[in-house]
Design a protein around this ligand. Structure first.
Ligand code: FAD
Length: 401
């Protein structure tokens, strides 16, 4: 989204051809009295301007000119999420991606911490590639007040003017990044699977699946700064840790912050111990299992392999297994050492969540199932014969009866 303001329709020029109505991806344009009318939901994507044959659509250039020039924004920042004292696993992955972007821009990579200062966290951030660390210092921010965190980060971003800010697409990142982007009136692209710098324009190319995963969209934040994106855990590779790295730590004390939230009690919810994102081996089941009771078969295989159990959306939507197990575009992104897909066809929305696994084993009775296109090893057969045979063999190898 490119911020507020609406394009103007030049009445003398508009021929009422309706090309802009067709082109608008969000249905923000209607014809009224033979003229195009653009409503407030317009996100300034520019699609209408590109198709208008008479040049009747003018964008709010003046508003755009009020934006700070891109040349005044420098460096790539990564939000260093810390949960229960530990650096979130997505942070090294973001630092790896951020390092590449910073190198392409010829600039520095900075990490921002909003939890209480800890030497161990700084060491990890430098070890994974940060050139500098920003430590935000405020009691409300340390307590986890999201509104205060967003306000403090906006103050810091306005002052320091980073060119790019990356967040993990975790519960915290997904909550914080939109609050900041809205306050700063800048764009935010969620769930990027690729991030690159355009060598000519130096803009951040934010790449992500769109329209149900059928196309890869490339999104640019041309006029606003910073360019903001979230990336899911396990999508990018973490760089090698260099234990002896170090750098400067800048302390930032925000001006007065209004805490928007009062934390009365912190109750940690007890959830099933799925932890798909950290599992080395995942055994996933799909509609081919035919019945929720058949997940017991996968759980037995998973126990013998020390694996976590995943699922396709079809299995989740059928109510066979909770959503926390879903792998794919609208579930989790995983990249285990071994991913075993059982009775899963391999729809694109499932593949985007698991195709960077090191080894993929597919078990499917249909030799033409798309899952075989990404599989390292494919077993064409009935899962009710193949999986019990695997279980028997594993038990034999481990001496289990
Ligand atoms: P099916 O496509 O029905 O495949 C079942 C497979 O089991 C078939 O290949 C069949 O040959 C095989 N089979 C049947 N019986 C046996 C047997 N006895 N032995 C061996 N093989 C057998 N899907 C996801 O998984 N994750 C997502 O996050 C996700 N997000 C989506 C988001 C959007 C916007 C949309 C539109 C869709 C999304 N989907 C997602 C759904 C996706 O398009 C597919 O519908 C879904 O992945 C299919 O699940 P499946 O492979 O289990 O089922």
């Amino acid at each position: 989204m490119e911020g507020k303001g609406r394009p103007a329709i030049l009445k003398e020029e508009c021929t009422g051809c309706g090309a802009c109505v067709e082109a608008c991806p969000i249905g923000a344009i209607r014809m009224h009295g033979g003229l195009a009318q653009i409503d407030e939901s317009c996100n300034l994507c520019g699609g209408c301007r590109d198709v208008c044959p008479s040049g009747a659509i003018r964008f709010p250039e003046e508003d755009r000119e009020k934006q700070p020039a891109a040349a005044e924004h420098h460096h790539v920042w990564v939000f260093a999420e810390v949960r229960q004292g530990k650096l979130a696993s997505v942070v090294p992955e973001l630092l790896g991606a951020g390092r590449r972007l910073a190198d392409q821009l010829g600039e520095s990579l900075h990490a921002v911490v909003v939890t209480a200062p800890r030497e161990e966290i700084y060491q990890q951030l430098f070890g994974y590639g940060a050139d500098a660390v920003w430590q935000v210092e405020h009691e409300l921010v340390f307590e986890g007040d999201e509104m205060a965190r967003a306000a403090a980060l906006c103050q810091l971003i306005r002052r320091e003017r980073p060119a790019v800010v990356l967040f993990g697409a975790t519960a915290m990142g997904r909550s914080l990044a939109p609050r900041i982007a809205t306050r700063l009136k800048t764009g935010l692209t969620a769930d990027c699977t690729g991030l690159e710098i355009d060598p000519e324009t130096r803009l951040l190319r934010q790449i992500r699946p769109a329209f149900g995963g059928n196309i890869m969209a490339e999104i640019l934040t041309k006029y606003r700064r910073p360019q903001m994106a979230t990336v899911r855990p396990r999508v990018m590779k973490a760089p090698r840790f260099r234990p002896d790295s170090s750098g400067p730590i800048h302390h930032f004390v925000p001006a007065e912050l209004d805490g928007g939230l009062t934390l009365e009690e912190l109750v940690l919810e007890e959830v099933e111990t799925v932890n798909l994102e950290d599992a080395d081996i995942i055994v996933s089941g799909g509609r081919g299992l035919g019945d929720p009771r058949n997940f017991a078969l996968l759980e037995e295989l998973a126990r013998l392999l020390g694996a976590a159990v995943g699922a396709s959306r079809a299995a989740v939507d059928s109510g066979w297994i909770p959503y926390s197990h879903q792998v794919g575009q609208t579930g989790k992104t995983v990249a285990p050492k071994v991913y075993i897909a059982v009775g899963i066809s391999g729809a694109i929305q499932h593949l985007v969540g698991m195709q960077s696994s090191d080894v993929i084993v597919a078990i499917n009775k249909n030799p033409d199932a798309p899952i075989f296109k990404v599989a390292t090893y494919g077993i064409v057969g009935d899962l009710f014969e193949v999986v019990p045979a695997l279980i028997r063999q594993l038990k034999k190898m481990r001496g289990v009866t």
